[in-house]
Design a protein around this ligand. Sequence first.
Ligand code: ADP
Ligand code: MG
Length: 265
Amino acid sequence: MIGLKIAEGREAEVFAWQGEAAVLKLYRPGYSGHFAESAALGQLEDSGVAPRLIDVVQIDGRHGLVMERLVGTDMLALLERQPWRMFALARMFADAHVLVHSVQAPELLDVRQLLATRIEGAVARPELRDFALRILEGLPSGDRLCHGDLHPGNVLVDAGRVSVIDWTNTTRGVPEADYARTMLLLERADPMPGTSLLFRGVMAAGRSAFARAYSRTYRKHSRDPLRHFDSWVIVHTAARLAEGIEVEEPRLLAFLDRAWRRAAC
Ligand SMILES: Nc1ncnc2c1ncn2[C@@H]1O[C@H](COP(=O)(O)OP(=O)(O)O)[C@@H](O)[C@H]1O
Ligand SMILES: [Mg+2]
């Protein structure tokens, strides 16, 4: 039975479900992220790094996933409240990501396909879009689970346990594709709406230190090669320009423009 609403985002509302043990993520009409999310949670069944999927339901014509209810606080809120834990949290965040990348998900959409679609819809000059699409064509495919939106707001921390949520953008690919997307989010994405002014200031100072600590641990603990990191960052930057986050656009466009000019020389 549906209980109280716990949270809501652009794509879905999250409710308590049958007491304390589970939550229902109910997608808004017209959203179909439940396909990727249920496939990913199925692959992650025994990994301990994501909530357990309990059921797939339809309520009033809307798709819903019933999943294990996690206790804990999201890592963004923890960073705000306990900034002195930043380095330890960055290491936990990186280790969770390495674990995600050890999982195979051959039946999911190829990350390159998703990126191509987004780049075609990016708010950028045609030559910048073509530049990113040409780079994308040269990048390899892979069969590893890629979260697609891994940032501290999508990680819940309960004592020592780290759980990754929000698997609606999940695809398959080489791990470094997903690592590059997270680096882009950590270094250049806008803090989420609702972030306090004070925390925006702290974040501006702390985000590159968090990104560096994440990157160090990820590179140390991952067995997968990083061969085309700069290219993946370029294609993710172009694709991000299709997400409609206007405040980021000047920064992302300037980065893309510099990469385009460098390649033209
Ligand atoms: N399995 C879960 N257990 C407890 N809380 C959850 C769970 N899944 C989601 N939530 C809560 O709901 C919020 C939104 O969920 P999320 O999957 O990130 O969707 P959105 O697409 O709206 O960001 C999370 O930040 C978290 O507070
Ligand atoms: Mg989320």
